[in-house]
Structures are given as structure tokens and as C-alpha cells.
Write a protein that binds this ligand. Structure first.
Ligand code: NAD
Length: 315
């Protein structure tokens, strides 16, 4: 049994990660300031092996017990959130990552940074391998998030190379499942909310831009496999099945049994045209690959979350 600190543990991915770690017999210390997460996401986890600390990790973090793993997930993550919280997003990527690397260093713990496919920006290479450096607009509306994560990666490698901290970096691609917030602006929760109410699905542009969607159980299994490996360089964790946004909208309508139509809206600034992970490294070094295909994952999301929660009407 190990003790694992999970920053952002009350968020969407973090709460599923806490759940998996507890299932595998670990102790979990969840550190979250509830900026975009909620106590509701972790209510079912309260037990002797789970501790919640309400703390903003841009401030110094003290942990008074031995720790073997630090999973650093805290950060606003959806465009709506990081554009509302631009300075906090930059601070959590810089000061927050610095504080959590400090915890890992003092405890001699393995540190995992949850980075993102957004560090590839609007990619010129397809699919994206880890040695692609990216095409990011630093001063556009997405820059605060993309650059915070790029800086966090640079800091993680510096702590590894210069301070000898045992670090790893996941390049997480779009993930989905229960506990996504219906109004967080990301494609799957938005389409689900609209389809389950028979309202028009709003596709940006002509819907020909592509994304790859990883079911949350696969994603958090990948994060744990990475943390438990001896890899130090970034590894893509995502599902390589690629869909256009139009295909995604049609699939959500089909799975939800909806009568919704599809309407088209203006494309956001710097919206990436394609996004597909090359997961050869994850397969080879972690023995990991996703198992849940999109239709199945969407069905499981509806079953687990329930329609009321997905449309934002749950109490
Ligand atoms: P989320 O918004 O649901 O979770 C983020 C959590 O971090 C929230 O609980 C929030 O309250 C917490 N947090 C934010 N700032 C904090 C601070 N200063 N101190 C303490 N806690 C703080 O987002 P998510 O989708 O679960 O994403 C989790 C991580 O995974 C993020 O780092 C994100 O960049 C990364 N990621 C997610 C996806 C995805 O598809 N969900 C894709 C790529 C990368």
C-alpha cells in the first residue's frame, strides 16, 4: 500500500483517479481548492483511507506524513474555465507545479504531471508523437493554458535532471465520462446535455475538425500505469480513434436516442484542426492501451452519471 497525494482530486479526472487508487488498496490525500471541482465528486470516497484537504496549491503545501506518489492534476482545464481564470491558470502551472515538485522532492516520491495534448497546439504532424514540439500561439486565448502546461513540463524536467526528482509526464488527450460538468463547454458534455433534451447540437465551424476521445476509466488506468513505470519523458495517454466533430455529434444523438438536429456556429480562435495521439510509446513502455470504444463509453457515461446530472438538473 502506498500513500498518494492527488492534486485536483475533486475534479472530473482526479475523482476517478482517487477512486481507482483506493480500489487498488492505496491511501489517498486529495488536495483541491474546489475552484472547478466539487465535494459531490468525492462524497462517495470518504473513508479511513481517503483524506480531503481544501487548499490552493499556488500557496505552499505542507504534508506531514510519508508519501510515495504525487499525482499533480490541479488546473482549470476547459477553455471556459481557463479563459475565466487566466492568471490562476498560469499560477497553478508555475507556482503550483513548483510546490508539488517540492513535496515530491522532500518525500522522495514519484511525481506525475498531468500535462495535455494542448501543448501540441494546432499540430502540423498527424498523429502527434511525443517528440513533436508543437505549434502554439502564446498570446491567443488558449495561450494561458497551453503555455502553463508547457512551462510545467519544463519545470518537471528541470527538477528531474538537476534535483534528481523521480518524475513523469502524461500528455493527456481529451477524456470523457461521468462527473464532467454539463456547462464546462467541452464537446462531449455539451453535446450530451443538448441531445438528452432534444435541443440542437452546436457544432463549431463545419465540424470537419477532428478529436480523439478517451473514456475516463482508460485514462486513469493509463495515469497509474505511467506513475508505476520508470519512464521520465512525456507519454501520450489517449484513445487514437479519431472522429470529426460532426461524427461525434451524430454518434451522441444515436447513443442518446435523441431527436436533436445539428446546427453550426463560428469556430473559436486557434481551434486545433486535428488531434490524434500516437500511443506507440504507451503501448511499448507501459503495456497500456484504451479498451473502451466511443459508443460504449458514451452509454456508460449516461448510465453512471444519469440523465439529470448530464443535463444539469440534479440537486
Ligand atoms: P477539472 O476542472 O474537473 O479538475 C481540475 C481540479 O483542479 C478541480 O477539482 C479544481 O478545483 C482543482 N484546482 C484548480 N486550481 C487549483 C488550485 N490552485 N489548487 C488546488 N486545486 C485546484 O478538470 P479535469 O478535466 O479533471 O482535468 C484534470 C487535469 O487533467 C488538468 O490538469 C487538465 O489540464 C488535465 N487534462 C484533462 C483533460 C480532459 O480531457 N479532461 C485533457 C488533458 C489534460
Amino acid at each position: 500500500m502506498s500513500t498518494c497525494v492527488v492534486t485536483g482530486g475533486a475534479g472530473f479526472l482526479g475523482s476517478h483517479l482517487c477512486e481507482l487508487l483506493l480500489e487498488r488498496g492505496h491511501r489517498v490525500i486529495c488536495v483541491d481548492n474546489l475552484e472547478t471541482g466539487s465535494l459531490e465528486n468525492i462524497d462517495h470516497l470518504r473513508s479511513g483511507e481517503f483524506t480531503f484537504t481544501n487548499h490552493d496549491i499556488t500557496e505552499f503545501v505542507a504534508i506531514d506524513e510519508p508519501v510515495e506518489f504525487v499525482y499533480h492534476l490541479a488546473s482549470p482545464a476547459s477553455p471556459i474555465d481557463y479563459q475565466r481564470l487566466p492568471l490562476q491558470t498560469l499560477k497553478v502551472g508555475s507556482y503550483g507545479t513548483h510546490h508539488m515538485l517540492g513535496v515530491a522532492k522532500s518525500k522522495r516520491a514519484r511525481f506525475l504531471l498531468a500535462s495535455t495534448s494542448e501543448i501540441y497546439g494546432d499540430p502540423e504532424i498527424h498523429p502527434q508523437p511525443e517528440d513533436y514540439w508543437g505549434n502554439v500561439n502564446p498570446i491567443g486565448p488558449r495561450g494561458v493554458y497551453d503555455e502553463a502546461k508547457r512551462y510545467a513540463e519544463a519545470m518537471t524536467m528541470a527538477y528531474h535532471r538537476q534535483q534528481g526528482v523521480n518524475t513523469c509526464i502524461s500528455r493527456t488527450f481529451n477524456s470523457y465520462g461521468a462527473r464532467m460538468r454539463p456547462h464546462d463547454g467541452r464537446a462531449i458534455p455539451t453535446f450530451m446535455r443538448q441531445a438528452l433534451q432534444d435541443k440542437p447540437l452546436t457544432v463549431f465551424g463545419d465540424g470537419s475538425q477532428t478529436r480523439s476521445f478517451c473514456y475516463v476509466d482508460d485514462q486513469v488506468r493509463g495515469l497509474v500505469a505511467l506513475a508505476e513505470s520508470d519512464a521520465h519523458l512525456p507519454i501520450n495517454i489517449g484513445n487514437p480513434d479519431e472522429y470529426t466533430l460532426l461524427q461525434l455529434a451524430e454518434t451522441v444523438i444515436e447513443v442518446a436516442g435523441s431527436r436533436s438536429e445539428i446546427v453550426f456556429e463560428a469556430l473559436p480562435v486557434d481551434d486545433p484542426k486535428v488531434r490524434q495521439p500516437d500511443i506507440s510509446k504507451a503501448r511499448e513502455l507501459l503495456g497500456w492501451e484504451p479498451e473502451v470504444e466511443l459508443r460504449d463509453g458514451l452509454r456508460r457515461t449516461i448510465e453512471e452519471a444519469g440523465v439529470e446530472r448530464l443535463v444539469g438538473q440534479a440537486s
